[in-house]
Design a protein around this ligand. Structure first.
Ligand SMILES: C[S@@+](CC[C@H](N)C(=O)[O-])C[C@H]1O[C@@H](n2cnc3c(N)ncnc32)[C@H](O)[C@@H]1O
Length: 362
């Protein structure tokens, strides 16, 4: 059948392939976040909640809730060797690596998602791989994919465009890292002065390694602002804006009347009710990790995953931290995620870094 023509223009008809028609990943909604186990544990005697059985249950809940999406991820241990007040963090959230869509948040933009036609493994020198081309549009002078041959980030601060479920390449393609989930051991450990934190295991973690996705509810900026007001009252927030430089009108080259100062990100992630170990990452003014925007099965640029990577080699048992402000001791502004700071509440920073600024956003 020939393509239709209007005034000399050929309209190329878009025919979804069978693979596209079959591709309908499950979407998770905030309203469906399970809470029965948390509710049950919170009705139990304090003596039970402080017993080692409660710790085993917490670790088992992590395993059970991540079995489908991260079956090979190393075990997470929960350790409190600083006091006898609790054996686990509060059972106030559902442990999950997923993104739970809030009201008014659109589902992933799959109709506009494109995959490459590569066979086998994508070649970092390819002239035809569409995923490589898209990555290079956003990664300055960096050649090849943004990952090296060991799957480590070559340079942070650029958005990552991984191969996705519509691509022809194999699962072992080097442009698939975040989607394979956590590979390094992390533990949840109580600190002496910052509540619970995230710590490396017995192995060093090389620079540029993927650690985990900041999981939680994906909410509109407006909903995030309302929740932020409540969270600021009790002094702990798990809200992070999806604020990256490539999304700003001037940076993306899309122009627009809005000045940089007026621009607001459209969405936030809230890890208060659902989230994974990353919700326990503490702030440091000299952080060993940083967040990067990452796209897998999502064509809507406003909705990247928040993917945490190491920004230097991490020593065994070292605490993993990132900068809540997006600024760190090396740079004035490095393009990382910015905390939801419309009504920022500041608190003394106890990160202990040599060049600690002395305060952090609460
Ligand atoms: C996202 S939570 C991090 C996990 C938290 N430690 C917990 O036990 O749930 C943020 C809170 O951790 C504490 N915190 C994180 N970084 C800190 C730092 N550098 N200095 C002091 N407190 C910190 C503050 O109470 C802050 O509001």
């Amino acid at each position: 059948m020939s393509s239709p023509q209007i005034a000399g223009l050929t309209i190329v008809e878009f025919t979804p392939t069978r693979m596209m028609l079959e591709f309908s990943p499950k979407i998770y909604y905030s309203r469906d976040i399970p809470h029965a186990l948390q509710d049950l544990v919170n009705t139990m005697e304090v003596s039970y909640r402080r017993s080692l059985v409660a710790k085993d249950m917490f670790e088992a809940a992590i395993l059970e809730n991540t079995y489908e999406d991260e079956p090979d991820a190393p075990h997470i241990s929960i350790i409190n060797d600083v006091d006898d007040l609790d054996v686990t963090p509060a059972w106030e959230f559902y442990y999950s690596n997923r993104i739970w869509h809030g009201d008014d948040v659109p589902p992933p933009d799959l109709p506009n998602l494109r995959g490459c036609d590569c066979e086998g493994y994508c070649d970092p020198k390819s002239q035809t791989c569409s995923c490589l081309k898209r990555q290079q549009e956003y990664s300055g002078h960096l050649s090849g994919f943004i990952y090296d041959d060991k799957g480590r980030l070559k340079q942070r601060g650029f958005p990552i465009f991984e191969c996705n479920d519509l691509c022809g390449c194999l699962d072992g393609c080097r442009n698939r890292v975040v989607q394979h989930g956590r590979q390094y051991t992390v533990n949840l450990r109580k600190t002496t002065n910052k509540g619970w934190g995230v710590f490396a295991g017995r192995q060093k973690i090389p620079k540029g390694s993927f650690i985990g996705v900041y999981a939680g509810e994906l909410l509109t900026e407006n909903e995030g602002e309302q929740r932020g007001i409540k969270y600021n009252k009790f002094g702990r927030t798990y809200l992070f804006q999806l604020d990256f430089y490539h999304l700003r009108p001037e940076e993306s080259g899309t122009g627009g009347d809005e000045g940089d100062d007026d621009w607001q990100p459209k969405y936030v992630i809230d890890a208060y009710h659902a989230g994974n170990f990353t919700r326990f990452l503490n702030h440091s003014c000299d952080p060993n990790c940083a967040m990067n925007a990452c796209y897998v099965n999502e064509a809507n640029l406003d909705k990247p995953l928040l993917a945490l990577f190491t920004r230097r080699e991490v020593q065994p048992w070292e605490e993993l931290c990132f900068s809540y402000t997006g600024y760190d001791s090396d740079e004035e502004d490095d393009g990382d995620i910015h905390v939801n700071n419309g009504d920022a509440v500041y608190a003394p920073c106890l990160c202990g870094a040599k060049r600690c600024k002395g305060y952090m956003f609460k």
